[in-house]
Structures are given as structure tokens and as C-alpha cells.
Design a protein around this ligand. Structure first.
Ligand SMILES: C[S@@+](CC[C@H](N)C(=O)[O-])C[C@H]1O[C@@H](n2cnc3c(N)ncnc32)[C@H](O)[C@@H]1O
Length: 236
């Protein structure tokens, strides 16, 4: 179906990824079967009780599209008082994170292996999150693929629904045209307010934000790309 330019695409119609076969190591494959029961959460079309899932009440971060889980693992290790939920569809990356989580003995991490849009729509309740991170979401550079970008109005509204008042939405990209588009869409959401201005050439080691340099951040840096970092707060 041809999209009219400027038409708002409904969230359920966004296909932001293609399932890549990808090479999976024997250890990652084993982790998917042996460690999944410890950290994995099956997709179900009903809102999760996160207090029951984590067995406590604590601040909660959702990372969407965590890739290899570099950031999620580092943050969960650094901050045992916070619970972390990761959503990803790339099985080798999930296996990689499972191995790291078990090696670190984490108890504050859970993983959902499913389309994040559907998880947001159906498996997460309103105002259940204190923070959402999206680090280097796929830029889908070709114009005909822009409709596949995760950060677009319908998903931003969903994210605002799922964040608590005062919650943080943190998005980082190295793809300038995507950064420009997402800033327009984020500014258009009346429930979100920009917390810090975009900073040129953020050095990740010095970045004030809560994140660890990921594989795609390092790739962007090697290519000489400027890193765009957006932090928005959910207001009442
Ligand atoms: C460019 S990679 C970035 C990975 C990681 N955040 C990093 O910075 O290295 C984007 C990731 O988002 C995942 N992804 C894209 N759309 C998704 C969706 N709808 N649900 C879950 N994961 C998704 C992809 O599988 C991929 O691993």
C-alpha cells in the first residue's frame, strides 16, 4: 500500500526489523535453551505485573532493540537497585546477553524476545516504566523504508503512555536524517518535554547520560558520524 506523505502510520503496521538468520555460536544457542527459563519472559497479549515478575518494587528501565546487550548488561550490573527489561528479536544477541547476565549473576534483568511495538501495545501497562532507552535504532536510510523506522509518531505516543510522570525517554542515533526526523516527532508529542539539548560530538565516556557505548555506537564513531542524543521527560 502506498503511503501518503505525512500520513501517520498506526503502530501495529510498523515492521521495524527483518529476521536475520545471523551466525549463532554454540554457547549462545545453549544459553537460549538453558538460561532462558531464568531470564526470559514469553510474549503474552496481556499486561505484565512487573512487581510480581521482578519480585519487588523498584525503578524500571526498558531497553528496546538491545542488540548484543552491551548497555543493558553494564547498566544492570552497575545499578542493582533498578530493574531492567530488554526487548529484542535477534537471537544471537539475546544469547550473548543471557551469557553475560548469568556470568554476572544478575537478578534484576528480564528479556522478551518479541516485536517491541507489540510488547508496548499489549504486554506493558500504562505508566509502568521509569525509563525507556533506544540506542541506535535501525536508521532505515532509504526513503521507501522510512515507514519502518521505530521512532515515529504512533510509537512515541505509545512510549509516552507507558512512561510514568517524570519518566525518561532516551534515544541515541548516529544517523543525521533520522535524528532530524525524530526530533520533529518527539517535539510534537505534547506529553514529552526535552530535558537537555542535543550536544555535538558527545564523547560517550564523558556523556552525562546513563549508557554504555554499544557496538553500533562504536561503528558510528569509526565512520566519523556525529552522535545525536535526545532525552525527553514525560510530564503530566
Ligand atoms: C542497529 S541495531 C542496534 C543494537 C544496539 N542497540 C546497539 O546500539 O548496538 C538495532 C536493533 O534493534 C532491533 N530491533 C529493531 N526493531 C525491533 C523491534 N520492533 N522489536 C525488537 N527489536 C527490534 C534489531 O534486531 C537490532 O538488534
Amino acid at each position: 500500500m502506498q503511503e501518503r506523505s505525512g500520513a501517520v502510520r498506526p503502530a501495529h503496521a510498523i515492521r521495524s526489523y527483518v529476521m536475520r538468520a545471523g551466525r549463532i555460536t554454540a554457547a549462545q544457542q545453549r544459553a537460549l535453551s538453558e538460561l532462558w527459563p531464568r531470564y526470559g519472559v514469553a510474549f503474552t497479549p496481556r499486561p505484565l505485573d512487573l512487581d510480581a515478575l521482578f519480585g519487588r518494587i523498584a525503578p524500571r528501565t526498558l531497553e528496546i532493540g538491545f542488540g548484543n546487550g552491551d548497555n543493558l548488561l553494564a547498566r544492570a550490573v552497575r545499578d542493582p537497585g533498578r530493574d531492567f527489561l530488554g526487548v529484542e528479536v535477534h537471537r544471537p544477541g539475546i544469547g550473548h546477553l543471557l551469557l553475560g547476565a548469568a556470568a554476572a549473576g544478575l537478578t534484576n534483568l528480564r528479556i522478551i524476545a518479541h516485536d517491541a511495538v507489540e510488547v508496548l501495545q499489549r504486554q506493558l501497562a500504562d505508566a509502568c516504566l521509569d525509563e525507556v532507552q533506544l540506542l541506535f535504532p535501525d536508521p532505515w536510510p532509504k526513503k521507501r523504508h522510512h515507514k519502518r523506522r521505530l521512532i515515529q509518531p504512533a510509537v512515541i505516543e505509545l512510549l509516552a503512555d507507558r512512561l510514568r510522570t517524570g519518566g525518561r525517554l532516551h534515544i541515541v542515533t548516529d544517523w543525521q536524517p533520522y535524528a532530524e526526523q525524530m526530533l520533529v516527532d518527539l517535539n510534537a508529542c505534547t506529553r514529552l518535554e526535552r530535558a537537555v539539548p542535543d550536544q555535538p560530538s558527545v564523547d560517550p565516556s564523558a556523556a552525562p547520560s546513563e549508557r554504555t557505548a554499544t557496538r553500533f555506537e562504536k561503528r558510528g564513531e569509526r565512520l566519523g558520524h556525529r552522535i545525536h542524543e535526545y532525552l525527553f521527560l514525560r510530564h503530566a
